[in-house]
Design a protein around this ligand. Structure first.
Ligand code: T3D
Length: 266
């Protein structure tokens, strides 16, 4: 299990509260923008959470007034004649694929501005809870790029083509409450209630059947390009597998015994 890291200069702070792993991006002076050093900690921290059977939910958040301003445009690894595609392949592709295949739910607690890859990093998570003062910005067009970190795939699926194009082409700030209204994120809460709300949701999810939740994400993502017949086949296959697991038996037994279930599959 990862130990809490206390040094304030470490770009990622990792802590554990019960069954919840909390990852805090920690470069507040640069709005927690991603550096190679932060990436070097972030993916392993997710791998570590995925491999630790005691972890049943993950919360990602940011230190200070911002959530994440995307790629650090000052990172020495980025300055000069850089192959931007290589940066995406090296850092963002594995990050997105890891997030979308985590064996436990991941919640983004967006405490402030989420821009560029920072916005799409949050949108890759299973739940996005945002402070009411937070804004989401597809900042890429302002620097001559297209949405990355999964943005081209996620945005139209979340809000439809018209809004995806509007957000991506203008790079305008989208306030948290408007993001909820258009279906981009799960919830906006008072700024002071953000972490308590995120932790309460995480603890609640941690008591649920982790494997079924991860399979729910996988099935919903996989069904998107399928026709109905194939999606029904996928549902049957997934239920067949889950039906053989401990958690299904436990859930049904707990229901009839009128007691809380204890789920363990992962
Ligand atoms: O090669 C590649 O780039 C590939 C990867 C691409 C993925 C991407 O994420 S591309 C998009 C990169 N992100 C951006 O373009 C966003 C840039 N930041 C902003 O537009 C603004 O900072 C915000 C709208 C996010 C917030 O504005 P505001 O007024 O609240 O804060 P600020 O004053 O602009 O920023 C505060 C500090 O953070 C400031 O530093 P200073 O002047 O106090 O020393 C600013 O330079 C720094 N900062 C903000 N964003 C970044 C950053 N430093 C480095 N990189 C950043 N992305």
């Amino acid at each position: 299990m990862a130990e809490p890291i206390s040094s304030s200069t470490v770009p990622l702070l990792v802590s554990t509260q019960g069954a919840v792993r909390v990852l805090m991006l920690n470069r507040p002076a640069a709005l927690n923008s991603f550096t190679a050093a932060m990436h070097a900690l972030l993916l392993p921290a997710l791998e570590d959470a995925a491999a630790d059977a005691t972890v049943r939910a993950v919360v990602v958040t940011g230190a200070g007034r911002g959530f994440c301003a995307g790629q650090d445009l000052n990172d020495p690894a980025m300055v000069g004649n850089v192959d931007v595609g290589a940066v995406i392949e090296r850092h963002y592709r594995p990050l997105v694929l890891r997030l979308r295949t985590m064996p436990v739910p991941v919640i983004a607690a967006v405490n402030g501005v989420a821009a560029g890859a920072g916005a799409n990093f949050a949108l890759c998570c299973d739940f996005v809870l945002a402070a009411r003062s937070a804004v989401f910005i597809q900042a890429f067009s302002k620097i001559g790029l297209v949405p990355d970190c999964g943005g081209t795939w996620l945005l139209p699926r979340l809000v439809g083509r018209a809004r995806a194009l509007g957000l991506a082409m203008t790079g305008d700030k989208l306030p948290a409450e408007e993001a909820v209204r258009i279906g981009l994120i799960w919830q906006a809460v008072d700024d002071t209630a953000l972490m308590d709300s995120a932790m309460a949701l995480a603890q609640r999810l941690a008591a649920m059947p982790a494997k079924a939740l991860a399979e729910t994400r996988r099935a919903i993502d996989a069904a998107a390009p399928m026709d109905l017949a194939d999606a029904l086949r996928l549902e049957a296959d997934t239920q067949r597998e889950l039906g053989r697991g401990h958690d299904f038996g436990e859930g049904v037994a707990a229901f009839f015994a009128k007691r809380p279930p204890v789920f363990t599959d992962r």
